[in-house]
Design a protein around this ligand. Sequence first.
Ligand SMILES: Nc1ncnc2c1ncn2[C@@H]1O[C@H](COP(=O)(O)OP(=O)(O)OP(=O)(O)O)[C@@H](O)[C@H]1O
Ligand SMILES: [Mg+2]
Length: 229
Amino acid sequence: MSAHNEPLLVATELRKAYGPTPALDGADFTIRAGEVVAVMGPSGSGKSTLLHCLAGIVKADSGSVRYGGRDLTTMSDGERSALRRTDFGFVFQFGQLVPELTCVENVAMPLRLGGVKRREAEERAAAWLARLEVADIAGKRPGEVSGGQGQRVAVARALVSRPRVVFADEPTGALDSLNGEWVMRLLTDAAHDTGAAVVLVTHEARVAAYSDREIVVRDGKSRDMERTS
Ligand SMILES: Nc1ncnc2c1ncn2[C@@H]1O[C@H](COP(=O)(O)OP(=O)(O)OP(=O)(O)O)[C@@H](O)[C@H]1O
Ligand SMILES: [Mg+2]
């Protein structure tokens, strides 16, 4: 088998409890480069917890998360945050932009944190804003733009550093269907153009339809879902 087909991120038997009730109860997950996997399931089933464990934001109580031959669960906090900066991109439901920074500064931030000089970082950020057709709001602050515009800025910020894995938790949750489709097309294009893997948490079947594969999380356990259409 070629290295290209090998899984990029593999989680096995993840368990995580908050108090007495498990949020994850033996969940498994696998994704390959260039693949978009939708994580579905009812509210409270453990979707966000799974995403946070996969991204090294939350440490699982047991189980392993292997990325590029390393286990995130045994790395130090410093190693994990360095990995998040260099290899991972994030989009959340409400964008979560920094309100004090302009849109172009928000998009440039992951590059700046990675040591790219301000001018170059902002040029690259501006190019992403143009690609997402929101070049005109580059100098505005997040509080001065619409929800859909803000979410495009958040997508630009997630993709600007060309991450290997994009983690998106309900990225279209605050958007109308037109803007939601836009965001999904951008994420799937990014996966197919740059070979990024996209872990997409959503409860909308319409959004999940953009994925290559779906898994369902229920009571902290995951299973593959067969496509019916
Ligand atoms: N930081 C936390 N502290 C305590 N309990 C938590 C925490 N995060 C999650 N939980 C609990 O773990 C379980 C799984 O939560 P999680 O956020 O992963 O669900 P979800 O599938 O993402 O739900 P939703 O669709 O509503 O976002 C829930 O019972 C939740 O109350
Ligand atoms: Mg959630």
